[in-house]
Design a protein around this ligand. Structure first.
Ligand code: ZN
Length: 314
């Protein structure tokens, strides 16, 4: 039987200014804003979801713009996703370098990794983003100003920093359906279901002597894996608890249901259902344009809207 974990689902980061985040993700990277909502744990902060046309799991990048809330700048380090990589077609890195520099974004070449060249991109909040040139059959969003030849296809991988890889590898192998598909000095590449393709990869970087990570602006909060169904999620939750992980109750995120736990290396992992997805409360054509609130926040809409910063949707 195939493992119920299907692929990466999304990556979520704490960022600074809402407008600068929108401008970077939509105008510069050409991602689609597929949902404008609020942080379900603090409804005075936006939650932006970016992705392909409908926010397919494995293409989703999400942000909490915390400017004005006194959230400190975070520290990158051990026990955290340090780098989030997006996949772009082979041969398009010169296009991306020119486009991002014209947008005022600093870009650096990265030595090829497992044979794939990449660019390191400094996002406005200090997050480490990469564009990796690779083969990727996924259909891109092409109405964001980047044509099909060049457009971002989705998440390529995340890079997690841990002290020692063995306990993390064991959990991902035994419970999350991942296998080691590549390895070099200081780096282990895991892939969901052994599918060594973009959207399925998690790299572990180890032995860096980096300090412990601290959550805050400019850092990734968690990475989510997509699970086939609520029943599979509940079964997995029991298995994780038996394994010794502290796992949250199932939380209703409107667009998916989620559980959260820390893997042995300290990285916060979410397991999110593939259903119902972002078209549950908007048509595909209208995604992202209006502020959507979960049913339990609707009675407070006026107060919520009054305190959210005004933004211009690109
Ligand atoms: Zn999440």
């Amino acid at each position: 039987m195939e493992h119920p974990i299907r692929s990466l689902h999304h990556v979520t980061a704490s960022v600074d200014d809402a407008q600068r985040d929108l401008d970077f993700c939509v105008d510069a990277l050409g991602l689609r804003l597929v949902k404008t909502t609020v942080n379900f744990d603090n409804h005075h902060v936006y939650h932006f979801y970016y992705g392909d046309e409908v926010g397919t799991p494995g293409t989703i990048w999400t942000t909490f713009p915390y400017r004005g809330w006194g959230v400190p700048v975070g520290t990158k380090g051990v026990g955290q996703v340090g780098v989030t990589s997006f996949s772009v077609p082979e041969g398009t890195l010169p296009f991306w370098k020119a486009r991002l520099e014209a947008h005022g974004t600093a870009v650096d070449d990265v030595p090829p990794r497992f044979g794939e060249p990449a660019l390191a991109v400094a996002d406005p909040s200090g997050l480490a983003i990469e564009l990796v040139a690779t083969r990727d059959a996924r259909a891109p969003w092409t109405h964001g100003g980047v044509d099909e030849v060049n457009a971002v296809r989705g998440l390529h991988s995340v890079t997690m920093t841990v002290d020692t890889p063995a306990p993390t590898v064991a959990l991902f192998r035994d419970l999350l359906g991942c296998t080691v598909v590549d390895e070099t000095d200081g780096r282990v590449r895991l892939a969901v279901r052994g599918v060594n393709l973009p959207g399925h990869r998690l790299d572990l970087v180890h032995g860096t002597s980096a300090a412990r990570a601290r959550n805050g602006i400019g850092t990734v909060h968690h990475v989510a894996l997509g699970v086939a169904s609520s029943e599979d999620q509940r079964r997995l939750r029991e298995e994780l608890i038996r394994y010794g992980c502290q796992v949250t109750e199932v939380r209703d995120r409107c667009y998916f249901e989620s559980i959260y736990f820390r893997e042995p290396g300290g990285v916060l992992i979410e397991v999110a259902t593939v259903q119902p997805g972002f078209t549950v409360d908007e048509t595909p054509a209208a995604l992202g344009r209006q502020l959507k609130l979960p049913p339990w926040e609707e009675p407070h809409r006026l107060a919520i809207e009054a305190r959210l910063p005004e933004v211009r949707k690109p």
